[in-house]
Design a protein around this ligand. Structure first.
Ligand code: CA
Length: 225
């Protein structure tokens, strides 16, 4: 994990500088961009292991940057937002951010979130075994690929992990706390809306009936017919 390359895309130079300095002090390699277009170009050039991405950026905003950096290759994205941007933030999670922090945040907390995200990615190497088929849905853990009725569906890394976990036990109900612990590595009970917005992403891409809400409990996967 140390030595991982992180791109910080943030127009407030004081914040960008502080984040970069802290990450470098923790042993990470860091590249910084101060606007959206430069950020996308930077990510295409250096292919980072993780992106720390401000939501409000000049040029391209963080949502569009997130879409573009995820287009060719899944990469974990930690989004930074200011208070009052929560509605944009939900869109951010829908377009593929894996986690978010609201400013002001402590550099120590940021490093903890970065490490948690990188651990999740490191854990991702393919579990052995064949593709899982549930009706028209096919989940290939080795290729991290999902097909629905034969067509490839592009999921974000987090959406894939969430789907793979739910699909391992179709029909079983998973609580939000359980999903946060197993998919995100969060064990403090925070971030339940994060689960909801990633479930919305799965429903949007794979059909609204796929993931069933079990009121007061959590979510379960319905095997498609
Ligand atoms: Ca900004």
């Amino acid at each position: 994990m140390n030595g991982a390359l992180i791109c910080v895309i943030e127009d407030e130079e004081v914040i960008a500088g502080a984040v970069a300095a802290r990450l470098r002090a923790e042993g990470f390699s860091v590249e910084v961009a101060h606007d959206g277009h430069a950020g996308v170009a930077l990510c295409e050039r250096v292919r980072p292991d993780l992106v720390v991405l401000d939501l409000m950026l000049p040029g391209l905003d963080g949502l569009e940057v997130c879409r573009r950096v995820q287009r060719d290759r899944p990469v974990p994205v930690l989004m930074l937002t200011a208070r009052g941007e929560e509605s944009d933030l939900l869109v951010g999670l829908a377009v593929g951010a894996d986690d978010y922090m609201t400013k002001p945040f402590s550099p120590r907390e940021l490093v903890a979130r970065v490490r948690a995200l990188l651990r999740r990615v490191e854990r991702r190497p393919a579990p052995p075994g064949d593709a899982l088929r549930l009706g028209g849905l096919e989940i290939d853990p080795a290729a991290r690929l999902v097909r629905l009725d034969g067509d490839v569906v592009h999921l974000t890394p987090t959406e894939f992990d969430l789907l793979a976990l739910l699909a391992a036990r179709p029909g079983a109900v998973f609580s939000r706390e359980q999903l946060l612990a197993d998919v995100w590595g969060w064990r403090d009970g925070s971030g339940q809306r994060t689960v909801d917005s990633h479930v919305r992403g799965l429903r949007r891409k794979l059909g609204s009936d796929l993931v069933r809400t079990v009121h007061g409990v959590g979510y379960a996967l319905e095997a498609p017919a």
